[in-house]
Design a protein around this ligand. Structure first.
Ligand SMILES: *Cc1c(COP(=O)(O)O)cnc(C)c1O
Length: 382
């Protein structure tokens, strides 16, 4: 686990992103050292120092963990980050390291589609699971006696937003910890620890790394007992990132601000174009001034993400729309430089209409993408 650099909070997001986690320059060494492939490290005599066995630590993780920490909690040296093999590994590490039989946890009822499986597993271990929708701060009503509140804001795929600071205050007043899934916003969009949360947890598979070529997850939290338990969980379960993935992730973070600014601006342009179309209902993008989430989002988010959600009248229309798009691949996941979209209901998990589309806006030229989406809407109506 690696702390963040104190004082980094005075710099801008782009400046911080390109330098995040870089070691002090060493003559004849590269700016970002290459991936260290090692199952074990030389360790004569006593076990001292950070690197002994590859499931516990790796210098490539250390650089990446510092980078993520500098973005999630700039200027804080009491905060650490741990990277994991995937977002689910990071989420499970927090939930399963903090909760015991008899504890109660509050999960979103409209969150990531694997959460129902997590819920069943927690219940099998004797944890009481309560759930509430993300919008309208409904979690407030089920907080009494809970040990942990799990927030996903904006939620995937419905893009609802809750008031993180308000929920954190209510949870802390009742002695509960708060974790926020920050996947959709990225640390350039939202910094949950500044809003009072105990953990910011995310899938680095999505916009954080942005090329759709690796899986990664992380947990950022205040140093102390809770983070020590998360670290121990990583060692026990061994859901660790490969050095190559960790290095690629770090390399990708150098362009995070460019990708996020471009993709999010285009997402707003796409949402504005979609809003003119009569066949579309349930259009959601937290950056649209009249979106139901906008007011709360604008208080706690600095950027609104690259995902736009909407519903076409029928399943057949949605399938045709996806088929005739040229610049948007029919694929799951989101946040990549190449636009993707999918009919979310095909997975069966989310409580969304048959024609519900989750569109992830990439880094293409905005005019091209908007034109392609409008053309595909016309073509799919025929
Ligand atoms: C994708 C996603 C996850 C899971 O991340 P993986 O890297 O696929 O394990 C968790 N939460 C949200 C909000 C996600 O979108």
């Amino acid at each position: 686990m690696s702390g963040s650099t104190a004082g980094a909070d005075r710099t801008g997001d782009g400046t911080r992103a390109v330098r995040a986690g870089l070691p002090e320059p060493v003559k004849h060494e590269p700016t970002l050292p290459g991936p260290v492939f090692a199952a074990h490290f030389h360790l004569p005599g006593e076990v001292t120092g950070p690197y002994s066995y590859g499931r516990d630590d790796n210098p490539t993780w250390t650089h990446l963990e510092r980078a993520i920490g500098e973005l999630e909690a700039p200027g804080r040296d009491d905060v650490g980050t741990l990277v994991f093999a995937s977002g689910m590994a990071a989420i499970s590490a927090v939930l399963f390291s903090q909760l015991r039989a008899g504890d109660a946890v509050v999960l979103p009822s409209d969150g990531y589609q694997v959460l129902p499986l997590v819920r069943a597993q927690l219940e099998a271990y004797g944890v009481e699971v309560r759930s509430a929708p993300t919008g309208g701060d409904a979690q407030l009503d089920v907080l009494d006696g809970a040990r942990l509140l799990w927030i996903e804001s904006p939620s995937n795929p419905g893009l609802d937003v809750c008031d993180i600071r308000r929920l954190v205050e209510a949870a802390h007043a009742r002695g509960a910890l708060v974790a926020v899934d920050n996947t959709l916003a990225t640390p350039l969009g939202q910094r949950p620890l500044e809003l009072g949360a105990d953990f910011s947890v995310a899938s680095g598979t999505k916009q954080l790394t942005g090329h759709g070529d690796l899986l990664l997850g992380y947990v950022t939290g205040r140093d102390g007992e809770a983070m020590t338990a998360v670290r121990r969980w990583r060692k026990i379960v061994g859901a660790v990132s490969g050095p190559m993935e960790a290095w690629l992730a770090h390399r990708s973070i150098a362009t995070l601000h460019l990708r996020v600014d471009r993709q999010n601006a285009t997402a707003l342009a796409v949402a504005e174009a979609l809003r003119q179309r009569p066949e579309i209902s349930g259009l959601r993008y937290p950056g649209l001034p009249d979106d139901p989430s906008h007011q709360v989002a604008s208080r706690q988010m600095r950027r609104y993400g690259c995902v736009v959600s909407f519903t076409l009248p029928t399943r057949a229309r949605a399938e045709r729309f996806l088929e005739v798009l040229h610049l948007v691949e029919d694929a799951t996941s989101f946040g990549g430089v190449r636009s993707t979209a999918e009919r979310r209901r095909r997975w069966g998990g989310d409580a969304v209409p048959e024609g519900f589309i989750r569109l992830s806006v990439g880094a293409e030229d905005p005019e091209d993408l908007v034109a392609d989406v409008l053309r595909a809407l016309d073509a799919s109506a025929e």
